[in-house]
Design a protein around this ligand. Structure first.
Ligand SMILES: [Zn+2]
Length: 110
């Protein structure tokens, strides 16, 4: 696993971070210090560092270390993770004029 310089600090808040990869290949920044309350379980392997997100009440197994996702502590987490906004209802300006049924020619009252 190649670690580039940018992998050592959060680009938003400057905190040191480490990167881990999920089994699906998604990379996630983690706070570098293990934390007993961490929300992910991290495994160090020869080929890299892997994480899985722990569910409520789930405990890491042997060989896993609890760490926090940096998303949990970063003051600028919103910049990393695009918040899933509720889809906004489309603005309703009424039916556009060009979609209104045209009055058939010749029907204009004389
Ligand atoms: Zn940060």
């Amino acid at each position: 696993m190649v670690v580039s310089a940018k992998d050592k600090a959060c680009g938003s808040c400057g905190a040191s971070i480490v990167w881990a990869t999920s089994d699906k290949g998604h990379a996630m920044p983690l706070d570098p210090e293990p934390d007993g309350d961490g929300n992910v379980a991290v495994t160090e392997a020869l080929e890299g560092r892997y994480f899985r997100v722990l569910r409520d009440g789930e405990k890491p197994v042997d060989g896993e270390v609890r760490m926090f996702s940096h998303f949990m502590s970063c003051p600028f987490a919103d910049r990393h993770r695009r918040p899933r906004r509720r889809s906004q209802p489309a603005l309703d300006f009424g039916t556009p004029l060009w979609l209104l049924p045209r009055r058939p020619a010749g029907s204009v009252a004389s």
